[in-house]
Design a protein around this ligand. Sequence first.
Ligand code: HSE
Length: 302
Amino acid sequence: MSMFTIRIPATSANLGPGFDSVGLALQLYVTLECEPADEWNFVLSEQDAPFIPNDKNNLIYKSALFTAAKFKENELPPCQIRMTNDVPIARGLGSSSTAVVGGIELANQLLNLNLTKRQKLLIACEIEGHPDNVAPAIYGGITVSSYDGHNLESVRFSKGLENVTFAAVIPDYHVETEKARAILPTQLPYKDAVYASGMANVLVAALAEQDWQLVGRMMKQDKWHQPYRGELIPDFPKVSEVLNKHKALGYYISGAGPTMIGMFHTSTNFTNLITDLSQYNIDLLQADINGVTAVNSAPLNQ
Ligand code: HSE
């Protein structure tokens, strides 16, 4: 087995009303340099080590083994995986999806499975439960997907994405997705659901037309999850106000939060915005349009 490198993009889910369905891949990456070893071992940065297991409890390994089992393989040849992680953990930028998609790609490479993107997405949905983060991590661009536990549909948009920049405003606290989902109602009145799905429909139509003004307006119209998550992300109203002042086309809580994203024309000068939000870490990101990639690479010591 030769050495190879897998790169998985961060993602931002929901984009406002596209709850559990719409997601965007971003040019912020997890990179896995994989080489044969005597036993499984993940080499992590000092910053990641407290949060990510370095052995077979690692979600990347577990997802790889899950994938292998789908093809009647019970073992994976042991590897050392050197992980470079630019995706902040538990901040709403798809860190767990990068692990799931990275693990599926790892099994794909180690066992020469030749998986199609759709096969990867089906496995990823089985692991993750919903497609909004894993689909863009696999396909790149913006994906609109539905998955009911069996049936999967996914459509990808990538045209014109270079014209918008996503300002990720990242607070320094974690929000666990499980907790952010537990806070949501178990039922929504029929009329409200019709209204909420209409907003999501217009969001998707606007994405298809690359009508960024309308995309931005619809991002602000979510009725599915943001109204319920305020107590976990108390900064959202204040950050929204600043994003509005600086002429964001739209803004929303990224995934389950706490990262908040403002969408801007790429030509925007961000200097004053960064000054006004100086208490946060801000990443100005373009969309990734490739999704997960794997390339053969030379051994590290050459
Ligand atoms: N759609 C998901 C949520 C994304 O908002 O809970 C995080 O997994």
